[in-house]
Design a protein around this ligand. Structure first.
Ligand code: GDP
Length: 307
């Protein structure tokens, strides 16, 4: 997602892109040229002085592009304001602002009891299984999304597929009861990780807080909670910000799992969330199979935005 390339090129290259001549009628033999890049230029393009004035219409164009990429109104405004404010090096000012928007918190996943929270349909159950498959050590799963019968079956099927035990309870039973049993089993069996898939009903904030609060309290009778990972579907765009708002008010979220990056999403939501809530994206999902799941690499993400 090289968001800024067009914009940066426009104001750093001396000539506009030359017209591409029409292709000749006859087919030309292909010439394959191997260019060896010994080292990258020290002075990157962002630090170069601009060669033409950046007009208001150019800033508007950039803002539209950033909004379409889900960076959100707040961050977009801040980036454009930083660029406008800096008279001599507007591009460097944008880059600096962009880099400072990423969370500086640790992106590693702490082993122990991991709660997976989020709105239904975002990919909670799938991500719980994918995560169980990635973590090292003895890992079990718990299906505490008892309100959605399919979620329990889905997690059981995943458990069989990846060879992990799944703790379940009664359909429509109390999610906290499943969480309690699972936490006890986690301690009794001396396991390394317990990943709990929670219910994603979003009636209102008070319900959500009460439900997650109860789940948390019963778990903590047996073991501390090491992570609360919020699952956000990248294709929902700015709605992801609204979800993050509700969940961070209900529970202390320690990381984000950003799913469906294989879809139409342009991924800017990762930066928007990190900027607004200072919660690091820890994992990204990029498909429906168990291996479509990776840790989030903030450096390559930023490079992707900038290059
Ligand atoms: P939950 O209701 O939050 O537990 O969501 P599910 O785990 O049931 O996932 C909802 C749908 O999204 C399922 O069809 C999943 O296969 C799909 N899904 C989950 N993660 C991803 C992903 O990273 N990419 C794609 N393309 N689909 C995903």
């Amino acid at each position: 997602m090289s968001l800024f390339k067009k914009f940066v090129n426009k104001f750093t290259s001396k000539s506009e892109t030359p017209e591409v001549p029409e292709a000749p009628e006859q087919v030309q033999p292909k010439v394959v040229e191997v260019v060896e890049i010994k080292e990258l230029p020290k002075d990157d393009i962002w630090s170069q002085p601009i060669v033409r004035e950046i007009k208001d219409s150019d800033w508007d164009e950039l803002a539209t592009e950033l909004l379409q990429s889900d960076l959100g109104r707040e961050l977009t405004n801040e980036l454009v304001a930083a660029g406008k404010k800096s008279k001599d090096k507007p591009l460097a000012a944008i880059k600096e602002k962009l880099e400072s928007a990423m969370s500086k918190k640790d992106r590693a996943t702490k082993s122990g009891v991991i709660l997976i929270v989020g709105v239904n349909g975002t990919g909670k159950t799938t991500s719980a299984a994918k995560l169980a498959n990635k973590l090292s050590g003895k890992t079990m799963l718990a299906a505490a999304d008892t309100f959605r019968a399919a979620a329990v079956d889905q997690l059981k099927t995943w458990g069989e597929k990846i060879g992990k035990e799944v703790v379940t309870g009664q359909a429509n039973g109390d999610p906290a009861a499943v969480a309690f049993d699972a936490a006890k089993k986690f301690v009794d069996t001396n396991s390394d990780n317990l990943i709990i898939d929670t219910a994603g009903r979003l009636h209102n904030k008070a319900d959500l807080m009460a439900e997650l609060g109860k789940v948390r309290r019963v778990i903590e009778k047996s073991a501390p909670i090491s992570e609360v990972l919020l699952v956000i579907d990248a294709t929902t765009g700015q709605n992801g910000l609204a979800q993050a708002q509700v969940f961070t008010e209900a529970v202390e979220v320690t990381g984000i799992i950003l799913t469906k990056l294989d879809g139409s999403a342009r991924g800017g939501i990762a930066l928007a969330i990190e900027h607004k809530f200072d919660i690091p994206v820890k994992w990204v999902g990029s498909g429906e199979s168990v291996n479509d799941f990776e840790t989030f690499d903030s450096n390559s993400y930023i490079n992707g935005l900038l290059s």
